[in-house]
Design a protein around this ligand. Structure first.
Ligand SMILES: Nc1nc2c(ncn2[C@@H]2O[C@H](COP(=O)(O)OP(=O)(O)OP(=O)(O)O)[C@@H](O)[C@H]2O)c(=O)[nH]1
Ligand SMILES: [Mg+2]
Length: 287
């Protein structure tokens, strides 16, 4: 992977519109939940998020904690805390996962509620904007906080299409929003991470390129996963076909006549992450 610049444009019209609609609702928002994926705590952060949420209190929430490499992701949590963020991790597959978020929200909002009380006003429902790139679990988080399904979810980018206020049972109103990115994905590693974890559609980048990136990243940081899942000890980057042949045999991706179906090999590698057969991984390193 020599080049590190790309020129990928995947910025559907609804993303620009979402930013506009968030601006329109800005004054009503008390706090922002900025959602990122625990497996890519750097790559999944919206690039110009500070411009969007300006001076609102914010909690940085790392979802899919059950799927990440906790040793590495915990370092990111510490890193963001040192930068002054409230930063927490959540495994949204668990029922009670959002309690610590609810408590932290009320804690941060204590001063605001106290000011109201001093003025003789009743406590208000807290209005929180839930924002993040596609497919990081924004709507899942909302359903957890509501204790039932109030928002649509799905393991693909672009499931939520509108901004909607939704009620929870903890005096917090949540504004669900469609995933947003920025007009140009010009950092190649970031784009590959987004593709590896399904935050951009799989056909934005060449599928083989993403799959080979996944293989090399696993080889570098999680060689035991490569061994267990595909029974390979190294990646032959000089002739990647050799590696594809071995994986293809292992997973049974064989076309009649004994040829390996390379397309199916790439697809399987990406599906293995998407279907959570490969987990315990964090691809953003370097802190
Ligand atoms: N294992 C695991 N899966 C999660 C977690 N949070 C969300 N998911 C899954 O991630 C996928 C995406 O979740 P959504 O809530 O639809 O994501 P979103 O951010 O609302 O996505 P868009 O609306 O497309 O921007 C779904 O398949 C969820 O079940 C988590 O903490 N752990
Ligand atoms: Mg959604």
């Amino acid at each position: 992977m020599n080049e590190n610049k790309t020129n990928i444009n995947w910025y559907p019209g609804h993303m620009a519109k979402t930013k506009r609609l968030i601006q329109e609702k800005y004054d009503l928002i008390d706090i922002v939940y900025e959602i990122i994926d625990s497996r890519m705590p750097k790559s999944s952060k919206i690039k110009d998020i500070d411009e969007l949420i300006k001076d609102k209190p914010r909690i940085l929430i790392m979802t899919k904690y059950d799927l990440c490499d906790k040793k590495i992701t915990d370092k990111w949590i510490e890193y963001y805390k040192e930068l002054g963020y409230y930063s927490i991790s959540l495994d949204l597959t668990k029922n009670d996962s959002v309690m610590k978020l609810v408590n932290l929200t009320h804690e941060i909002m204590k001063d605001l509620q106290q000011k109201r009380e001093d003025k003789g006003l009743a406590k208000k429902d807290i209005r929180a904007l839930v924002v993040g790139i596609p497919n990081v679990g924004k709507s899942t988080l909302i359903n957890r906080m509501a204790g039932k399904k109030v928002a649509n979810t799905g393991n693909n980018p672009g499931v939520t299409k509108n901004l909607t206020w939704l009620k929870t049972n903890s005096n917090i109103l949540l504004l669900d929003s469609p995933g947003i990115l920025w007009p140009k994905l010009d950092d190649e590693i970031q784009a590959l991470n987004l593709a590896s974890f399904t935050s951009i559609p799989v056909d934005i980048l060449p599928k083989d390129r993403v799959a080979i990136y996944v293989l090399n990243t696993l080889y570098e940081y999680y060689p035991n996963i490569l061994k267990e899942r595909y029974n390979i000890d190294y990646i032959d980057n000089d002739d990647i076909g050799n590696t594809y042949d071995l994986i293809g045999k292992r997973i049974g991706a064989v076309i009649s006549g004994g040829e390996i179906d390379y397309d199916r090999v790439s697809k399987t590698i990406l599906e293995d992450i998407k279907q959570e057969r490969i987990k315990g991984i964090t691809f953003d390193r370097g802190i």
